[in-house]
Each structure stands twice: as structure tokens, then as C-alpha cells.
Design a protein around this ligand. Structure first.
Ligand SMILES: [Mn+2]
Length: 252
């Protein structure tokens, strides 16, 4: 059973949230899987997302830099978002520096030590020949087909109450621990993909943040000169609340 808030409603939440945080918004990092499925044909893209793309384009025109890290559901993005909405698109995690702090930012797919099977699948999905062949499917066939499989995989992956969450055993936390050891100057590792919002100290100097999702949780991270903080948007009240340091927000 799909317990998600309908897509159009979530789009409205996101836009209301954008309006709310706009006064303090200097830069926006979208950590992927914004679309259930996205595939760019040479002359066609999936329908929809008009309000969202329009607002993001407007923000870009107002001078807000927008960074988009593709997720496993939208890794076929090419230059559409850049051309239409002025976003900078990344296909891999990126090391960046803001407010004098180094950080690693990315979607998070394929990084966990348990992601071996997915990494092989991703090599196939991103293979230029496979993409070229797929493009020969008419969009009225190719888009619904991919959307169906995409939804299946998401339903299978979404964490539920039945699967207890142990941050110590989480694949992305394990990745972050290793990566932080190898890169001692990095202060933050910030990812999405897990649909669980939480933070975890992974080395003496480095903290891992998962920003959660906008399917159920409406959580996000805010980076200021003071540091990184997790927040949750409460659509019913059109309000935001900070997450506690040890709080874990997931769909239960
Ligand atoms: Mn993902």
C-alpha cells in the first residue's frame, strides 16, 4: 500500500516551504530523487512538475544557486534542469566548502557496503548503449514502464516499522565512517536516499547527516555560519521545527 501524500500535494508543500525559507535562502541543494522517474529523450521529457520547475527557475533568476545531485530514480537527467531552471547538476557526490567547512554532499546511492548488487545494476542503467537503445522506445511506452519499475523498487526499499533502524549498522553510516577516516579535513557528510532523517558523529571531527525525505517526512538540513542543523516542515501548520540532536525521523 502506498502511504505517500499525493504527488501534487507534496509539490505544493515543497513550494510553500520554499516561500517560508526564502528570506534566509542563499543556495539550495536538492539531494536527488526529486522525480519518481526522469528520462530525457533528445526532444521530449516526462510531463508534469510545472509549478516546481517554474518556481525553481524563478529562484535561479533571482540569484539563488541551485545544485541538483541526481538520485537513483532520476540518474538519466541530462541538461534539461540546467537549461530550463538554471540548476547545476551532479552525477556523483561532490566535495564542497561553505562557511570555512569542508563537506561531502551527494544523494547516497551505491555508497553503502551492502549496495554491490545495485552498483552493478547502475552500471547497466548508465551504460550509453543501453540508454541509446531505451530512447528508441516510444515515450508513451518507455516512461510508464520505467515509472512502474521505479515505484516497485521504491516500495521495496522504503524503511517501515517492520525493519528496525540501527544507525550503527546503517550502510551509509558505515560508508561515512570510512570516508571520514580517509578525509580528516571533512566536517560534514550530507546525504539523502535513506528516507530516514538523523545525524551521527562518524569520527572525531566529522558528522554524518541524512536529510530524510519529502515523501512522508518533509525534513531538510540548513547550513549556516553556525553549522548544520536538521529541520522538519509541518505542512498542516505551515511551520518548521528543529530536530533534536539524537532524534531519528522516519516513516512509522
Ligand atoms: Mn534514492
Amino acid at each position: 500500500m502506498d502511504s505517500r501524500v499525493p504527488s501534487l500535494e507534496r509539490e505544493r508543500y515543497f513550494l510553500r516551504w520554499l516561500t517560508k525559507v526564502r528570506p534566509t535562502l542563499g543556495e539550495l541543494f536538492i539531494l536527488g530523487d526529486l522525480f519518481e522517474f526522469f528520462f530525457e529523450y533528445r526532444h521530449a521529457v516526462p510531463k508534469g512538475f510545472t509549478r516546481l520547475l517554474g518556481r525553481l527557475a524563478e529562484l535561479a533568476d533571482e540569484g539563488v544557486r541551485i545544485h541538483y545531485f541526481v538520485g537513483n530514480h532520476d540518474l538519466w537527467l541530462k541538461n534539461y534542469l540546467t537549461e530550463e531552471a538554471g540548476m547545476q547538476v551532479y552525477w556523483a557526490p561532490e566535495r564542497i566548502e561553505r562557511f570555512g567547512r569542508e563537506m561531502l554532499v551527494g544523494h547516497g546511492d551505491g555508497l553503502s557496503p551492502f549496495d554491490g548488487k545495485y552498483r552493478r545494476l547502475k552500471r547497466l542503467f548508465t551504460n550509453p548503449l543501453a540508454q541509446w537503445l531505451y530512447r528508441w522506445l516510444h515515450p508513451d511506452v518507455g516512461i510508464p514502464l520505467a515509472r512502474y519499475f521505479s515505484q516497485q523498487s521504491r516500495e521495496a526499499q522504503l524503511p517501515t516499522d517492520a525493519r528496525p533502524f540501527d544507525p550503527q549498522k546503517d550502510g551509509l553510516v558505515l560508508f561515512a565512517r570510512q570516508w571520514a577516516q580517509a578525509h580528516p579535513s571533512v566536517r560534514y557528510i550530507i546525504m539523502g536516499h535513506r528516507h530516514i532523517a538523523h545525524r551521527m558523529q562518524v569520527s572525531e571531527q566529522c558528522t554524518y547527516y541524512n536529510v530524510g525525505d519529502w515523501l512522508h517526512l518533509f525534513t531538510y538540513g540548513q547550513l549556516t555560519a553556525e553549522g548544520m542543523h536538521l529541520w522538519q516542515y509541518l505542512p498542516g501548520e505551515d511551520a518548521v521545527r528543529p530536530l533534536g540532536a539524537d532524534e531519528i525521523v522516519r516513516n512509522v
